[in-house]
Design a protein around this ligand. Structure first.
Ligand SMILES: [Zn+2]
Length: 227
């Protein structure tokens, strides 16, 4: 079972979680890896810590580090979009420099700003749109970008939301699920998601995604469907 994005890993057997730790805790020495992770300066923490790049550099070559993130664009915060874009591009460069095959994105109400960045970026790894809130309309152009994967969690509980409508349209072979910071049981999230979209091959998606981002998941067992 795969939890594609979490801030609160449980690390129980049979569960693969891609943790996204709080870089401020990492910087203070109050975090240690317990499994696969990505590291990035979340748009919310821009300007809130000293020398984020130094912290990022120091963890990129850790064997459990799958990539960078979450980074991205968030129109609901006061940090200027220009500054957010600066950091977003820095993360893409970092992923290229360290040959990381995963970038995790946090995108809030910034789909039109994301478009030119993706079009111009020569990054060749996979990009996970975590807690994807893209509308069905945006999904139409997003799904033409082969690098993108679409991860759902909170949107599944808001059936009237744009994100939920987008979820119904997301390409079945690119859908993943996540708990983010909810602390919930990923099995419940997956079960709920597959209840709405039974055609999504979750075990297969998890396997293909993990393989694409360089995670050694070969037994098939670890990527099994929920019971
Ligand atoms: Zn998150």
């Amino acid at each position: 079972m795969l939890d594609a994005h979490t801030h609160r890993p449980k690390r129980t057997q049979g569960l693969i979680e891609i943790e996204s730790p709080d870089i401020r805790l990492v910087r203070e020495g109050n975090w240690q890896p317990t499994g696969p992770f990505v590291l990035g300066l979340h748009p919310w923490w821009i300007g809130q810590m000293a020398e984020p790049l130094e912290t990022l550099f120091s963890w990129m070559e850790h064997p459990e580090c799958l990539g960078v993130g979450e980074t991205g664009l968030d129109k609901l915060i006061s940090t200027s979009l220009e500054t957010q874009i600066f950091w977003f591009l820095k993360h893409l460069d970092l992923a290229k420099t360290y040959k990381k095959s995963l970038v995790v994105l946090h995108i809030v109400r910034s789909w039109s700003e994301l478009k030119p960045i993706l079009r111009q970026s020569k990054y060749e790894g996979k990009i996970l749109l975590h807690d994807c809130q893209a509308s069905a309309g945006d999904l139409k152009w997003l799904e033409t970008d082969e690098r993108l994967w679409f991860s759902y969690g909170s949107a599944l509980k808001k059936k009237t939301s744009r994100g939920f409508q987008g979820f119904l349209e997301a390409p079945a072979g690119k859908v993943l699920f996540e708990t983010d910071d909810s602390g919930e049981d990923i099995e419940n999230t997956v079960r709920m998601g597959l209840g709405f979209r039974p055609e999504v091959p979750y075990a297969e998606n998890s396997y293909r995604f993990l393989k694409a981002v360089g995670y050694p998941c070969v037994s098939g067992k670890v990527c099994a469907d929920p019971k």
